[in-house]
Design a protein around this ligand. Structure first.
Ligand code: NAP
Length: 671
């Protein structure tokens, strides 16, 4: 029988022991054996810190994003091998699609977001410059730099692909190496994934390691620069977060634990409305996709008391039509649980739930399988009274859900929050007032809330699908963690530091020109310089230009903007801010462009926008405008022969007062 390998300290490791057997969820047949015997966990962490970390930190955010994108595309080409293994976990094609293609989606999603939202640089600048002294010589800026340790990623058995990838992607973008420890039960899929990732040749050595089998003494070797990302049961989370090394070194510990997610049907959504059907469809789908083994699945369905029988009937009918059996068959809608032990565990939890509930549905038959040898079970829908305790405490991690009645919106909120913290909740209603009251009522207990109705159903990504751009995680019972959420997940792997100093020094630290830092006003106009020769602080000062009443009237007639403050002396005089006719702000910005431009063809290719535009002082007829345009940030694009240049534009009047301040965004040729 083949032994799963680990990849640590730069090589594949095959343990020389018998190992524990892993079984096919469908046939019960032994697939492989697993053990982490012989791995030097301390050395693996050291390898990540000393080899992987420096190699990643050599790269900019954009260079890492490019590698991540290439990796996602490479894995896509090899997905058949992963699908073949995924069936053995009991997953149907759709289940596997969520795990496998969903995992690629996280890589590609992070790659593209990082390119758009992070600088092509190694330091992340967080928030605005804070003036700390009156004279402008002492300022503060928050920066984020990658932690120098390893992101230890401990995953649950239910998503052997998506689970590791959604943790790996933000760590990689941040510049922190990953050590993946999959749940043993389905580690054969993750082993294949890591084999492919390494075979791609795209990843710097040390940026990815794999431990198949038990974590052993891994956590004993953690330092203050390492992180732990854990997904699994609440009890394991509790055990690990109180580990001595975690406490001693204040190791960042992010937990995604189990969760008794709810879906709430609005009182308006009676039988016959689109929302009623959406609610029932979603409930049945959340019970049966991945055989209910999703941390985000709906465990509690909260229904207005007067609609409970209708919902039960409609759900029973739909559940009876779900084809359950061999996940490799095309018609199969629900496969097996991940293993027999898992089914035992679910049966135990079901028994606890039944102490205070009755069965609405549990009688499916199974197609093309031996349901006892494989880990099959019928989807089971229960019904309990509003005051039952177990539905709010017991997680049956399988195709099990409970209907619970409620009487008023506040009642629905009170029941929902008895889950004591959830990853996700949904509200299915077309009544925006009900949706608002419930969303605001339950939000403090939830990481994500879906409001589903006839308007968004066609495009909705569904209750159970975490998305890379949205936060995944929840308070309390759900572990108190937060993963993904776009760049939030990246920043989790970085240390935020407040740096205080002079503008010149902060400019050097952040690789930007900072207000108050020296400017370089040599004779070459900066529009004549290529991206490669342009320097931070390069400046053109242009003007003055006098703004006349004729200019204002011409601009007003030409554009059609004849707002009274520009055209009506009496009305403008009564305006509390102006006291007389003023120039259009857009005229000021247009004159500024006319002043600073160097019009002949050259390296500046296009102006693609303005940001942070503020008009600070009114411009009156007769005022003289001078513009100072300074290179603030230079972002070469990795895959193009041009890059972005952000300019600081400051338009001042003859008294030296700033009348407008903004960033000009341009594309500039590299050569
Ligand atoms: P689990 O038993 O808690 O195991 C989770 C992971 O922890 C596995 O990799 C496991 O490795 C590892 N582990 C267990 N004891 C450990 C120890 N002493 N030191 C280091 N690692 C240890 O959970 P599971 O049965 O795999 O997963 C099911 C649970 O996960 C459900 O409760 C579900 O709700 C939850 N879940 C949550 C999310 C989420 O995002 N919030 C997602 C999926 C699942 P071994 O397998 O080798 O023991």
């Amino acid at each position: 029988m083949s032994m799963l390998r680990s990849y640590v300290s730069g090589r594949w490791h095959t343990p020389d022991v018998e190992g524990a057997p892993l079984h096919d969820a469908v046939t019960g047949e032994e697939i492989a054996r697993i053990s982490s015997a012989g791995i030097d966990m301390g050395d693996a962490l050291r390898w990540g810190r000393e080899v992987g970390g420096p190699a990643l930190r050599e790269l900019t955010f954009h260079q890492r994003a490019q590698l991540l994108k290439a990796l996602g595309l490479y894995l896509k080409e090899h997905k058949d091998e992963l699908y073949a293994l995924s069936y053995r976990t009991g997953a149907t094609k759709t289940d596997s699609w969520i795990d496998i293609d969903g995992g690629f989606g996280v890589l590609l999603g992070y790659a593209s977001k990082a390119k758009r939202e992070l600088p092509n640089d190694k330091v992340y600048v967080d928030g605005n410059l804070e003036p700390l002294g009156r004279g402008g010589t002492f300022v503060g800026q928050h920066i984020c730099t990658p932690l120098r340790g390893v992101a230890v990623q401990i995953n649950a058995f239910n998503f052997p692909m998506w689970g590791p990838l959604e943790k790996f992607a933000p760590a990689f973008i941040a510049g922190v190496p990953s050590l993946i420890k999959p749940a043993s039960q389905t580690a054969y899929v993750t082993e294949k994934l890591v084999e492919l990732m390494l075979a791609s040749g795209l990843l710097p050595e040390g940026s990815l390691q794999l431990v198949s089998g038990s974590a052993g003494d891994l956590l004993d070797h953690l330092t203050e620069q390492d992180l732990v990302g854990f997904t699994g049961s609440a009890s394991t989370a509790q055990h690990l977060r109180t580990h001595q090394a975690v406490i001693r070194s204040s190791v960042r510990f992010n937990a995604e634990a189990d969760s008794l997610n709810c879906s709430i049907l609005g009182p308006d959504a009676v039988a016959g409305t689109p929302e009623f059907d959406l609610f029932v469809d979603q409930l049945v789908s959340e019970m049966t996709v991945k055989a209910g083994q999703k941390c985000t699945a709906i465990r509690r369905a909260l229904v207005p008391s007067n609609l409970l029988d209708d919902v039960a009937e409609a759900a029973r009918e739909k559940l009876a039509r779900v084809v359950i059996g061999n996940p490799a068959n095309r018609e199969t809608k629900m496969g097996a649980l991940a293993g027999l032990e898992q089914r035992e565990e679910v049966r135990r939890s079901l028994k606890a739930l039944l102490e205070n509930a009755s069965v609405v549905y549990d009688e499916s038959s199974f197609v093309d399988v031996d349901a006892e040898r494989g880990a099959f079970m019928s989807p089971t829908l229960l019904k309990a009274a509003a005051d039952a305790v177990q539905p709010h405490e017991v997680e049956a991690f399988g195709p099990v859900s409970t209907l619970l009645p409620y009487d008023s919106p506040s009642d629905a909120v009170a029941l929902a929050v008895r889950g004591a913290g959830s990853l996700v909740g949904s509200v299915v209603t077309h009544d925006a007032d009900f949706a608002r009251d419930v969303v605001i009522g339950v939000a403090p207990w939830h990481g994500r809330i879906l409001v589903l109705d006839r308007d968004d159903a066609g495009e909705s990504t569904g209750h159970g699908s975490p998305l890379p751009m949205l936060v995944h995680g929840g308070p309390g019972r759900a572990g108190g963690g937060e993963e993904m959420g776009g760049m939030r997940g990246v920043l989790h792997h970085m240390q935020r530091t407040a740096v205080q100093g002079s503008p010149r020094v902060l400019g050097a630290v952040t690789n930007r020109w900072v207000t108050g830092a020296p400017r370089n006003t040599e004779d070459v106009h900066p529009f004549r310089k290529t991206l490669e020769t342009l320097r931070l602080g390069d400046t053109v000062v242009a003007g003055p230009r006098t703004v006349t009443m004729a200019d204002i009237e011409h601009f007003a007639e030409f554009t059609g903007d004849t707002f009274y403050a520009h055209m009506d002396e009496e009305a403008a005089a009564a305006n509390p801010f102006f006291g007389g006719r003023v120039a259009h702000g857009y005229l000021v910005v247009s004159f500024a462009a006319g002043l600073f431009v160097s019009p002949e063809p050259g390296p500046v290719l296009a102006n693609y926008g303005l940001e942070n535009l503020r008009f600070l002082t009114p411009t009156f007829p007769g005022d003289e405008l001078t513009v100072t345009l300074t290179v603030k940030q230079i972002t070469p694009r990795e895959d193009q022969d041009y890059g972005e240049v952000r300019w600081d534009a400051d338009v001042a009047n003859q008294k030296g007062e700033s009348v407008a301040r903004y960033d000009v965004l341009t594309l500039v040729s590299k050569r």
